[in-house]
Write a protein that binds this ligand. Structure first.
Ligand SMILES: Cc1cc2nc3c(=O)[nH]c(=O)nc-3n(C[C@H](O)[C@H](O)[C@H](O)COP(=O)(O)OP(=O)(O)OC[C@H]3O[C@@H](n4cnc5c(N)ncnc54)[C@H](O)[C@@H]3O)c2cc1C
Length: 407
């Protein structure tokens, strides 16, 4: 063992959403708390979130808004710390916020307000926060020691080290390395023989290698409301064409459920049975071309691209000149466009990482590792991933709070 220079009740690795909430909660219990942050600044993802306005929670949070190998695991923490609890904190700090669609709550001014609120409380409660700190090694003390169970080696050369009774891993996940995304939590879990669920970039745009790639490029910047499905999950939201592929809320939501090789189905006319309306229009002896007819319901640029994809030979034909079977096939494509992404944009742009530390290894009430007393995992490093809409922050607040009560 190395010479111990500093002792704390709780050391938290990672000054993100979960780590800061855990620090506040533990410090309120009069625990001495040290937060060690690898990057030069705390809460970088909070600052970038929600387009700079931080979608900090959602008014309706249920277990069904989360993905995990064990869908029940998140329930206890979500019940212990609810959106109303976080909203009370936001209101007590005089932060102005607004409800947007799908019950999402955003800051009116800036995400900075949320980070400042957390940092102010940490400072008022005597939490020590150190940035630009790299952990070299975590050493576990003898099992029977309940006082200082962990020793952290900060610098191999100087042998600077810290010991603590509780160690909380809040190092987040792999998404967006420039904002602190890191695999440290998984590596530590592996070292300590905790099981991991396979990771995958999620809440992330799709890319294509077939003819759809060109189509998306042509339509880059265009957004249209759709219903999107994959693996028995459906979302009704807007879809955005980009120069790389598809994005927008609909696509980000379904990316949580998509696995490499899967097909996604896109309904471009969510409230309309295209086959039926085409046949009905044909019955009226319509002289409109399909393009002209569809221009009423869809953006013109999109219809033009779809025309060269699905009915190039009927470009100049009136609707009444096209056979029923062909109209039905085109209608089916419009309501059930089948697309096969070649990949996602990956961790470079993903908002979250699916998978992580297997919840089977953790206590759902405390977030403590069952086989390692005093070791806690919270936030995104755990195999709990939320839908788009403030759910991932609510998980970070709730899991951070739960661990803070016991660390
Ligand atoms: C661009 C973007 C926008 C988003 N917008 C929203 C939104 O509006 N609403 C929402 O609910 N969710 C949003 N999310 C998701 C949300 O940011 C995360 O789910 C949440 O930040 C996870 O919190 P966390 O504390 O677990 O991890 P993080 O917030 O990522 O914090 C982890 C911290 O640990 C640090 N760290 C990493 N490795 C080490 C190490 N070895 N030692 C010490 N420190 C380390 C990191 O630098 C980082 O500061 C967004 C994500 C992104 C990328």
């Amino acid at each position: 063992m190395h010479a111990i220079k500093e002792q704390f009740d709780v050391v938290i690795l990672g000054a993100g959403a979960a780590g800061l909430m855990c620090a506040i909660t533990a410090a309120k219990r009069d625990r001495s708390v040290l937060v060690l942050e690898k990057s030069n600044k705390a809460g970088k993802k909070i600052l970038m979130s929600g387009g700079g306005r931080c979608n900090f929670t959602n008014l309706y949070v249920e277990a069904e808004h989360f993905l995990s190998n064990n869908p029940h695991f998140c329930k206890s923490a979500l019940k212990a710390y609810t959106p109303e609890d976080f909203i009370s904190m936001v209101e007590a700090h005089g932060i102005e916020y607004e409800e947007k669609k799908h019950h999402q709550l955003f800051c009116i001014n800036s995400s900075k307000d949320i980070l400042q609120m957390l940092l102010t409380q940490c400072s008022d409660l005597g939490v020590e926060l150190r940035t630009s700190v790299e952990i070299q090694k975590v050493l576990k003390q003898a099992q029977n020691s309940s006082e200082q169970r962990f020793e952290l080696l900060l610098d191999e050369r100087d042998q600077k080290n810290i010991s603590c009774a509780s160690l909380v891993i809040a190092t987040g996940a792999l998404s967006i390395p420039t904002l602190g995304g890191s695999g440290y939590g998984y590596e530590l879990a592996k070292e300590l023989e905790l099981p991991l669920i396979t990771r995958q970039a999620s809440l992330v745009p799709f890319m294509f290698s077939d003819e759809i790639k060109d189509l998306c490029e042509q339509l880059s910047g265009l957004s249209t409301p759709v219903t999107i499905s994959s693996n028995n999950k459906t979302f009704e939201e807007s879809m955005l064409f980009t120069h790389r592929g598809l994005s927008g809320p609909a696509v980000l939501q379904i990316s949580n459920y998509w696995r490499p090789g899967d097909v996604i189905k896109v309904d471009l006319l969510p409230n309309m049975n295209a086959q039926e309306v085409f046949i009905e229009e044909k019955g009226k002896q319509s002289r409109l071309t399909l393009k002209k007819y569809l221009n009423t319901f869809l953006p013109k640029a999109l219809v033009l691209q779809l025309e060269s994809l699905w009915w190039p030979s009927h470009k100049d034909h009136a609707l009444c000149e096209i056979s029923n079977s062909e109209l039905k096939a085109i209608g089916a494509n419009l309501n059930q466009w089948s697309l096969k992404p070649s990949s996602t944009e990956g961790y470079r742009t993903a908002e979250v990482t699916l998978g992580g530390v297997d919840t089977d290894a953790l206590d759902s009430k405390t977030m403590e590792a069952k086989e390692h007393p005093g070791l806690f995992f919270i936030g995104e490093v755990v195999d709990v991933t939320g839908h788009l809409g403030g759910y991932n922050f609510q998980w970070a607040w709730a899991s951070g709070y739960s661990a803070g009560l016991f660390a």
